[in-house]
Design a protein around this ligand. Structure first.
Ligand SMILES: [Zn+2]
Length: 168
């Protein structure tokens, strides 16, 4: 890891994903969430033959009112020096560079490429599948933790009853 860069989710590196992603893999990957790289020093990104490099500028989509929208779906891997689309990579067919194991690295045209990718039907479908699966998994874990806390309360209640009976 280069100084100044922090991998915020190292256990979910797309390079470690299986070539053929099964439903079990998909669930595991979505639970871990997309790898995010926190950029402190952009000067540390590799420079290509055209003296261009990935810029942190692309981490956000700029809206018409100049507000920034985090492109949570986009993954930049310094080791591959390429960007990937998290949902398209795990839900879509490998028919786009950004949604395949190859990744996109045409830095000169990246701005337009990302804009066109995020407005494509295929990307939107994959985003929807990702959000639905993520929300489903979150509600499952919420139900699990509610059940656990009810179980703990019940255990405490029976413990109290037992204590009172033994005190008689
Ligand atoms: Zn996509």
């Amino acid at each position: 890891m280069t100084v100044g860069m922090e991998n915020l989710n190292p256990q979910n590196d797309p390079c470690l994903w299986p070539i053929k992603i099964t439903d079990v893999d998909r669930t595991d990957i979505v639970l871990k969430g997309p790898i995010r790289v926190k950029v402190d020093l952009v000067d540390l990104f590799p420079v290509n033959d055209n003296a261009r490099r990935f810029s942190e500028y692309h981490n956000n989509k700029i809206l018409v009112n100049d507000a920034k929208l985090d492109r949570r779906w986009m993954i930049y891997l310094q080791t591959k020096d390429a960007v990937y689309c998290f949902p398209c990579r795990i839900f879509g067919p490998e028919n786009t560079k950004i949604g395949s194991s190859e990744g996109a690295c045409d830095w000169k045209h990246l701005r337009d490429y990302l804009k066109s990718h995020e407005s494509s039907r295929q990307h939107k479908d994959c985003m929807l599948k990702w959000i639905n699966l993520e929300n489903g998994l979150k509600s499952c874990s919420t139900i699990d933790s509610l059940a656990q806390s009810q179980f703990e309360q019940e255990k405490q209640r029976w413990g109290d009853i037992l204590e009172r009976l033994l005190a008689l």
